[in-house]
Design a protein around this ligand. Structure first.
Ligand code: GCU
Length: 473
């Protein structure tokens, strides 16, 4: 349903890119004559690679996921009285040896690394030690208007060094827009953007998802005096299993299929966001200490993974991330592990994740998603979802419960939790602490919660960083 390889260039960069490609290739072959003889990437369909992963795990069948069709005998559950946690959540502040974590030092030195290791090995996969260097090139800089705000937009391409395996090219697409009249570096909110093909498919699947009236999210960000950026994740890693021997994952694996604990697309997309942040650190228009990350749906998952793993990101807006994102795996409401482990979605995750839709169950997971949110602490995170009617698949209450269960870590680090463990009425913003939540009444869309996110963000992100003056945030 989504684009295969990142071959579409929504920003009209085709000509520029072709020039860049040929020169980059020329350099690679000149400096790495041996590498150019390497065989092309292995080609497997998603089904073949999925089966290969099951074989490696010695699994013969997977539990099927919930069915979106309400008539199906296996229909997704949307009845809260049947959604109960299937077991107690792992305690985010208890070490594997049973000892309680009572201070920040123990959290950072012992417990946090334990949680990271579990997510790496079992859920999202490990980012390899040697990932390619990315060389950012500004392909155009233009002055334009967004609404009534004059802005400067840079189109950038991040060329991943492919000298170790020239058959694969990864060129990351990024655009950055800052207010033209800014007097210094500005905070930036970066979105995991949809490529045009994905946008078209969304419009078909969710006809109610019309562009909202009023200012766009970009205009709302500009109204704060901040800038915005859009990263195209599929230019880092394709959104399908067949692409796992290409993109940055394939590049590092020299075109070979993944090991069971290798990274999946979510971590690859997050890696791309981190490389974009590396670029922002070199661009004087950006206050790189105040860069936020936002994403919706599968990119909501990616936004949360980005925030959890890269502590340089200042804030996150995690929209409708659902299963594999902020929703608790141990709940039965909407999407289930069987769905995420299926052939359409498994590529987001590590191969090992499939086990939990096979012989194992959600109860066997060493972690749950409250611990992913806890990895973001002490930095502010906004968790968002829509109404059950229209967005039930993402289990807003399961995401709320995860956000609440991350609270002890925020408190341990001297920050504020959401202030309640009771699911709030629809459209009630919980934005006074450092973990925030709001369920909007629309369907599968981030739009209605942008204003609330920006109100929350304004308390944490300031236009002029006050570090030098010693002033407080
Ligand atoms: C499917 C999938 C979700 C995902 C969503 C999307 O519905 O099951 O996990 O978030 O697609 O990204 O649109």
């Amino acid at each position: 349903m989504f684009s295969a390889r990142p071959t579409k260039w929504p920003y009209g960069l085709i000509l520029v890119a072709l020039v860049v490609h040929s020169s980059a290739r020329g350099t690679d072959t000149a400096t790495q004559p041996v590498a150019s003889n390497l065989p092309p990437p292995v080609h497997l369909t998603a089904e073949q690679d999925h089966q290969r992963t099951m074989d490696l795990l010695h699994i013969t069948s997977l539990r099927r996921g919930a069915d979106g069709n309400p008539e199906s005998p296996n229909a997704a559950n949307y009845d809260e009285s049947k959604a109960n946690l299937s077991s107690k959540l792992p305690d985010v502040l208890v070490l594997k040896n049973g000892k309680r974590v009572t201070n920040a030092k123990l959290w950072w030195k012992r417990r946090r690394p334990e949680i990271v290791e579990d997510f790496d090995r079992e859920i999202y996969g490990r980012v390899p030690k040697n990932t390619p260097k990315v060389n950012w090139e500004a392909t155009s800089t233009i002055r334009e208007m967004n609404g009534d705000v004059p802005v400067i937009t840079k189109k950038l391409v991040g060329h991943a060094d492919n000298s170790s395996y020239p058959p694969i090219t990864v060129d990351i697409q990024l655009s950055l827009t800052t207010p033209a009249n800014a007097t210094g570096p500005v905070p930036v909110v970066m979105e995991f953007g949809l490529s045009p093909e994905v946008l078209a498919s969304f419009a078909k699947r969710f006809p109610q998802m019309q562009p909202p009236s009023g200012p766009t999210w970009q205009q709302q960000v500009l109204a704060k005096g901040w800038g915005y950026a859009v990263l195209i994740p599929t230019s880092v890693q394709a959104d399908n299993g067949a692409g796992l021997t290409e993109g940055v994952i394939g590049l590092v694996n020299q075109g070979q299929p993944r090991k069971l604990d290798d990274w999946g697309a979510l971590r690859a997309w997050a890696w791309g966001a981190s490389r974009a942040l590396d670029y922002f650190e070199t661009d004087k228009a950006v206050d790189a200490k105040q860069v936020g990350i936002e994403g919706h749906s599968r990119y909501g998952k990616a936004a949360l993974v980005t925030m959890a793993y890269d502590q340089r990101f200042a804030i996150a807006y995690v929209s409708s991330s659902g299963a594999g994102g902020a929703a608790l795996y141990r709940r039965n409401f909407g999407e289930q592990i069987g769905n995420v482990a299926g052939t359409n979605e498994y590529h987001w995750m590590a191969g090992n994740f499939l086990k939990y839709a096979g012989p194992l169950t959600p109860n066997d997971l060493p972690v749950d998603s409250h611990e992913l949110i806890a990895l973001c602490a002490p930095r502010p995170v906004f968790v968002s979802g829509g109404a059950t009617k229209g967005d039930g698949w993402v289990d807003a209450k399961g995401m709320f419960m995860a956000a609440a269960a991350a609270g002890p870590v925020y408190r341990l680090l001297g920050k504020k939790d959401m202030g309640t463990a009771e699911f709030p009425p629809m459209e009630t913003p919980l934005i006074d602490g450092d973990i925030a939540f709001r369920q909007h009444s629309a369907g599968h869309t981030p739009a209605p919660n942008w204003p609330t996110f920006l109100t929350f963000a304004s308390r944490h992100i300031v236009k002029e960083p006050s570090v030098a003056s010693g002033g407080g945030r």
